[in-house]
Design a protein around this ligand. Sequence first.
Ligand SMILES: [Zn+2]
Length: 306
Amino acid sequence: MSMDHPDILPVTPEPVYCSNRSGRHSKVAGGPHSSSFASFDSWSTNVSRIRQSAAQYWPLDISRKIADNFESCHWAVPHSNPVPLVISLSDPVVASVELIDTGERFVDPGDTGDLVLVDRTRSVVSNPSRHFLKVRVGVAERLMFAAQRLSIQGLRLLVKEGYRPLSLQRSYFDRRLSALRMQYPSASDALLIELTSRYAAPPEVAAHPTGAAVDLTLATQEGVELNMGSVLNATDEESSGACYTACQLISRQAQANRQLLATAMIAAGFVNYPSEWWHWSYGDRYWAVISDEPCAIYGPVEEERL
Ligand SMILES: [Zn+2]
C-alpha cells in the first residue's frame, strides 16, 4: 500500500492554538512556557526538544464543527488571539467539571462490525480485566465514524485498550508517581503529580475507568500496524519524547500517519491527550474541558457493573 500522502505534508512547524471561549484555558499547566523543569538538568536535553514539539497542539476546538465536513479538517489552524492549549489532567479545572452520566452501556468495539479492529492479545497493555477493550456505546459509534473515513484511505483503527478498572488506574498512577519521586527526590509534590499525569491519569479524572477513552493505532486493511513514531504506551523517557502527539522528531512518515489518525478522530468528536499520541477520549472530564462542554457525560464505573 502506498504510504505517500503529499496532500497532507508537511506538518506545519508553527504552533497551533485554540480559542479560549470560556477563559478556562488561560492557565498553562506545565506547558511549553512553563518553568517546571528548570531545576532538572537530566531532563533538559529531551525536554527542550519536547517543549518545542509539544508546543503544537491539535485544533481541538473545531472537532465538532468539522464532523459534517470532514475534508475541512486541517492539521494546523493558527487562531487569532492565541492561547496555548496545554491543560494537564492534574489541573484542578479538570476535576472541577460537573458529571452528568448518561448511563450508557459498554460495548466491545470489536463486536460492532468489521470497521474497527481490536487487539485481544494485550500485546502492549497490562490490563487483566476481561472488559479491557470495552467502551461506552457513544464512543464505539464515534470509533466507527472515524474508521469509516479511514477505510477510504485503506486504513483501519486498531484498538488496544478501552475500559480500565479504577483500582488498576490508581495503581498505575501511584507506581509512576513513586518512580518519579525516587528519580527526583527534591521535586515538589505538585510537580511530581503533574509529571505523573503526563503518562498516567489521576484516578479521579481518568477516562479509561469511565469507558470514554481508547488507546489505539492505525493498521492496514490486513491488520498490519503502521509506524506511528513510538511504541504505544511508551513513556517520555522510553520514547525520548516521541510519545508526544505533535513531536517533530519522528520521521515524516510517522508524522503523516499521526496526522491521518488525528484527522479522523477529531472529526469523530474525540480529543487527544497531547503527551500520548494513542490516547483519545469522548465524554470524560478532560474532553469536556478541551471541548468547552458544560459537563462530562461518562463517569467511572465499577468492573462488577459491566
Ligand atoms: Zn489511554
